[in-house]
Design a protein around this ligand. Structure first.
Ligand code: OSB
Ligand code: MG
Length: 371
């Protein structure tokens, strides 16, 4: 693969409803897309950053800077790339900035699969024909709004409900849901809103038969999570704390996590996501694919990686209509009534980015030609 041209597009899509977590509220998704052009094909990627450095330290501005000023020059200098697994090594000298790296690497994976005439899922070694999906539900001001959402998503077939929690909106919220909906598959995501001083809260949640509690403690911690896990029967699932396969190895060895949420952007790309998947499989640790409120392009990458066998729990890769009035791909991602999404068999990501819709939601665009 030798790119003639790389295009970056800053995008803005408005969510159907604001999404609230313990660290903030998103109403508009600002992110950027990557396109890697050769004579015959275009590979697409999505940089899943947010506008603010609240989930991770990266933002649209920092990721764009890293891609534009460092990663694209490195790629052009490299010349021929025969497999996307090589990209991790090319970007090796750059520390972290994983969402920036993943944005370009993802486009190369799509391009690679298209050149081979196979689906991205197949290129990654996926084995499933359909994937199970859950849905992540933001913090609601009114408990009745939460009840209405859960009811609606259950009707749509989603296989598990992930409820965002924060101090003051935790035990009572989960208890209320249990009373109303019984023993539905449910988990909680704290986005690092607690410390070990809150162990009493987790002891109460521990009696509510949650599938897991996601990232209860600090975003950069694996030590206290191990202490907390020893006091709970409910599995802890790390999200924010895991940036690489090495992080995963240490967290598993320490006993900080029994399940891992793999987000492709957070770990620096599909190759690293696959390595974490393989490591977890060897250790009997189930994984699932997390989301960053992606557009259809990032979503398509998530569906492809979820087709690997140890993605054995429903992910956050919900259908397009859960987020957007109008997605930018054709067809849109649709969840079947049984709570699954078919893994597309067409070449690459298997969904067509629609040029008119890309342009409609592009706020700025820049092209880089091989010098
Ligand atoms: O913690 O998983 C998270 C969205 C933005 C940032 C962090 C998280 C999330 C979600 C939404 O939970 C997942 C999705 O539906 O894409
Ligand atoms: Mg999370």
């Amino acid at each position: 693969m030798k790119a003639d041209k790389i295009v970056l597009r800053k995008m803005q899509l408005t969510l159907k409803a604001p999404f609230r977590t313990s660290f903030g509220t998103q109403t508009v998704r600002s992110f950027f897309l990557t396109e890697v052009h050769t004579k015959d094909h275009v590979g697409y990627g999505e940089c899943v950053v947010s506008a603010n450095p609240f989930y991770s330290e990266e933002t649209v501005g920092t990721a764009w800077h890293i891609v534009e000023d460092f990663l694209i020059p490195m790629i052009f200098e490299q010349g021929e790339i025969s497999h996307p697994d090589e990209i991790g090594r090319i970007f090796g000298p750059i520390r972290r900035n994983n969402m920036a790296k993943a944005a370009l690497e993802g486009a190369y994976w799509d391009l690679y699969a298209k050149q081979q005439g196979i689906s991205l899922a197949q290129a990654l070694g996926g084995t499933k024909e359909k994937i199970e999906v859950g849905v992540s539900i933001g913090i609601q001001e009114e408990i009745d709004d939460l009840y209405r959402l859960v009811e609606q998503f259950l009707e749509q077939g989603y296989r598990r409900m992930k409820i965002k929690i924060k101090p003051g909106k935790d035990v009572s919220v989960i208890r209320g849901l249990r009373q109303r909906f019984g023993d539905i598959p449910m988990m909680a995501d704290a986005n690092s809103a607690y410390t070990l001083d809150d162990v009493g809260i987790f002891e109460q949640l521990d009696e509510m038969n949650l599938m897991m509690i996601e990232q209860p403690l600090a975003h950069d911690d694996i030590f206290d999570h191990a202490k907390l896990q020893r006091q709970l029967k409910t599995p802890i699932c790390l999200d924010e704390s895991i940036h690489s396969c090495e992080d995963a190895r240490k967290a598993i060895e320490l006993g900080s996590t029994r399940i891992i949420n793999i987000k492709v952007g957070r770990v620096g790309g599909l190759s690293e996501a696959k390595r974490i998947h393989d490591l977890c499989r060897e250790h009997g640790v189930p994984v699932w694919c997390g989301g960053m409120l992606e557009s259809g392009i990032g979503r398509a990458h998530n569906i492809a990686i979820t087709s690997l066998p140890n993605f054995s729990l429903p992910g956050d890769t919900a259908g397009s209509s859960r987020y957007w009035q109008e997605d930018i791909i054709d067809p849109e991602v649709v969840v079947s009534p049984d709570g699954t999404i078919p893994v597309p068999a067409g070449p690459g990501i298997g969904y067509r980015p629609v040029p008119e819709l890309l342009d409609k939601y592009t706020t700025s665009k820049k092209e880089y030609a091989r010098g």
